[in-house]
Design a protein. Structure first.
Length: 61
């Protein structure tokens, strides 16, 4: 859970590169350990999707 939380911190402070690295790693670990049907895996997917959406919107401005 700590990687995901740290990724959230970097996301909130605008450091999207670090956030992405941490979200991707958290997603990989959660998939390997908990499986794709676990709610924490879905949380990681959602966080990564929010990051990609925010990043795309910033690039379009």
């Amino acid at each position: 859970m700590s990687l995901n939380n740290l990724g959230g911190y970097y996301y909130e402070t605008g450091n999207y590169e670090k956030a992405e690295l941490l979200f991707v790693e958290a997603l990989r670990i959660r998939k390997d350990v908990l499986g794709e049907n676990h709610p924490y895996y879905s949380t990681s997917l959602n966080n990564l999707a929010l990051l990609y959406t925010e990043n795309r919107e910033l690039r379009e401005k």
